[in-house]
Design a protein around this ligand. Sequence first.
Ligand code: ZN
Length: 348
Amino acid sequence: MAEKRNFFILFFILLIVTPVFFSVLYPSENPNDVKNNVILIVWDGCQRAHLLEMLDSGDLPFLQSFINEGDYVDMELRDVNRFDDGHKTNTKAGHATMLTGYGYSVHGVMANVKFDPVPDGLTVFERLELVDESIETLFIGSKRNVNVYNDLQRTFLVDGIEVPTIVVIPHPEFNETRIIYYGDDRPAGVFHNMRFDLDFLFCKDDLKLGNATDIAIEQLAKNVEDQFFMFLHYKYPDRKGHAKGENSPSYSNSLIELTIELNRLTTTLKNLGIYDRTFIFITTDHGFDEGTKYHYDDPYIWFIANRKLTGELTWQVDVTPTIYDAMNINWTVFTPVIEGRSLLAKFD
Ligand SMILES: [Zn+2]
């Protein structure tokens, strides 16, 4: 009897010890099973040269330490030889490119006042939801130019009648032409087609810098158990550039303020215990014409991550595949073929 009991005790000890033993032997699951998060932060209209000058002169110590632990790469808006006839250096076009992985010829957004909504299903938000519905997609924007609705009234003549409407002409590869009418008074914004796919949407024109972070922190706390992709858009330093000029002290000050917000965010992620599995990417939608209050043509942007990156010269279309890569999603299967490449170089 005693022997039988000893046998059972031994059996149960083995039952408990064996998995522990093997998990020590083979630490962590398959890296492809790790549910990484991504936060894509946009500092609207942040000129590369201005950013680098401030880093060089030690004015952005927190960002410098962030880069030291991760990486910085130069980026440009478009590679005209490779895939595109170019998009303008402004907010709508820049965001359409970085959030789809396609250039103008696919997403159809040329400029803030020359655009159709990005065709249905192309954005990183929609595709993440399609691949895995349990992924939380969170969108925080501070400008109508990135919104799913557009504050500007647009009317079109349809059969001789003027109606508020948006005509969506998708890429020829989609092989269909759709005309969508909107009877309400909120004509479509650049990301109109993904409005029902998002798990969280907060977009307000003129959202204050700190408020955007507050909303982000609130959402991080809510989704601490989930895998998520968060888009967090700040309207700075663009706004200061238009008001005071690219070389103004207030343009520089807003960069300092943005790094304070970045610090708040990383501190929150560390306190929540999810910093290690959260990729943070920071970029801008366009540059700023040197010393001016406008950005007619400054395609020289940049990309910063809390991870090591590959590539010396990168393109704005690379942002999307990099997001997919971080979340272990095979983006090479999407059609049309994603025009960018991953800066993490896993599926290349
Ligand atoms: Zn601007």
